[in-house]
Design a protein around this ligand. Structure first.
Ligand code: CTP
Length: 404
């Protein structure tokens, strides 16, 4: 395998430019620099990698200083990992390190280590490849765990038996990679996964959320979600009785796949349980708004189904008005045909609620400034929603008839 050719073929121009800069600025300095991880897995597979991952043995602070003329530092951690931005690409650079998980399942403590040790602390054999780019611009893959064989055999295999115990998020990763790449879980790995999967319960909610978000960000999330359900892992995220059948391809562009997925789940889990579960997660204000809107809208739809849209109270109408358009769009995609009809009618009615008379008209009609003006507008809008007022004259007549 000619690695250099593969690198030239599968990395973009900007990535190759960055590697050239790295080679130039490291000349004569005392460190070793390697490409590592998923990037090498992907190019061996003939895929375009997502991100550049680099490991360094030596003075990483000096390396980052040297790079800072060409890149901006986006993130820096106490563990000597850096996220850099070069032109329009992101690069992860980390000091080669060992990790110890005490207690198991917690975030690791990190100590400086050799590349060999760095590779052996990783999750799966297929992610434990390295390629030296300085001091030698090597054409040989460093492959201590037979990653290339496992990539060719399409196998996901842990590097050591404690891998899932150390870091149970790797259980999500194993399933994600296996579905994304169409790789099988090696028998021993599957046994370990089954044996250790209850340890997911000890993960903090943000760590579980992070893994689920990564799954939803995949091109084909559904098969991964179904596997998580099959292995009784999904329930660690949210309690869902029925089989997930979310059709991401039905989603519209005004809402992210993540929000769409959450709304799908909220439709199939009762409100109390859903909110209690979601409260454990650091989800964005936007997602919370979508959830609240969805429940409000569903309550209104239910009421309309049981009675009629004309009987909707003014309070319900006001809460309906507060619902943002993308929430209607998402609900339309997630609804049955009869609900769809109700939603379309609501959207149409809401588009007619623009009042034609203005504040001055109301004052001229004798409405006193202050609260009364607000009340008049609210009622006018409500009547317009009920399709009982259309023209400006009808609005004026309504004010005359009902306010005096
Ligand atoms: N890694 C690990 N254990 C984890 C997370 C990451 O051992 N829980 C290691 C793996 O060697 C992985 C590397 O860190 O290849 C980088 O992590 P990440 O960017 O999440 O993995 P990629 O394989 O690059 O994933 P993707 O293809 O989705 O970018």
């Amino acid at each position: 395998m000619n690695i250099k050719n593969l690198i030239n073929e599968y990395l973009g121009d900007t990535e190759l430019q960055f590697i050239r800069i790295l080679e130039n600025i490291t000349k004569g300095k005392e460190f070793k620099v390697y490409l590592v991880g998923g990037l090498l897995r992907d190019i061996v597979l003939g895929l375009k990698p997502n991100e550049l991952d680099i490991a360094v043995e030596g003075d990483i602070d000096l390396l980052i200083k040297l790079l800072s003329d060409n890149c901006s530092i986006i993130q820096e951690t106490e563990f000597k990992t850096f996220k850099l931005k070069y032109m329009d690409i992101f690069v992860d650079i980390a000091l080669a390190r060992k990790e110890s998980y005490i207690p198991k399942g917690s975030l690791p403590s990190i100590t400086i280590a050799s590349l060999q040790e760095d590779l052996s602390r990783r999750d799966f054999t297929i992610n434990a490849l390295a390629l030296e780019i300085y001091p030698t611009s090597s054409n040989y893959m460093i492959d201590p765990f037979n990653a290339i064989k496992d990539i060719n055999d399409k196998k996901i295999k842990v590097i050591h038996a404690d891998s899932f115990k150390d870091d149970p998020t790797r259980i999500f990763r194993a399933i994600r990679f296996s579905e994304r790449l169409s790789f099988a879980l090696d028998d021993e790995t599957l046994k370990l996964l089954d044996q250790d999967k209850n340890r997911i319960a000890a993960l903090t909610p943000p760590r579980i959320l992070n893994e689920v978000v990564k799954i939803i960000d995949e091109i084909y999330p559904l098969p991964i979600l179904l596997k998580l359900q099959k292995y009784n892992i999904f329930s660690h995220f949210l309690p869902l009785e029925k089989e997930i059948n979310v059709l991401f391809e039905n989603n519209i562009s005004t809402i992210s796949n993540w929000d769409y997925f959450i709304l799908y789940l909220s439709k199939h889990i009762d409100e109390l349980t859903f909110n209690e579960s979601m409260n454990r997660y650091p989800i964005s204000k936007k997602t919370r708004t979508f959830i609240n809107n969805a429940y409000n809208l569903r309550r209104i739809i239910k009421e309309i189904k049981n009675s009629s849209v004309d009987r909707l109270s003014i309070e319900k109408f006001i809460s309906l008005e507060a619902i943002i358009q993308p929430s209607f769009d998402a609900e339309l995609c997630l609804s049955s045909p009869d609900e769809e009809e109700i939603i379309c009618d609501l959207i149409l009615r809401l588009s007619h609620t623009k009042v034609l008379i203005n504040t001055q008209d109301l004052i001229n009609l004798g409405i006193q400034k202050g609260k009364n003006i607000g009340k008049a507008f609210k009622e006018l809008k409500y009547k317009k929603f009920q399709l009982t007022l259309k023209t400006k004259e009808e609005e004026i007549k309504y004010i005359r008839d009902s306010f005096f």
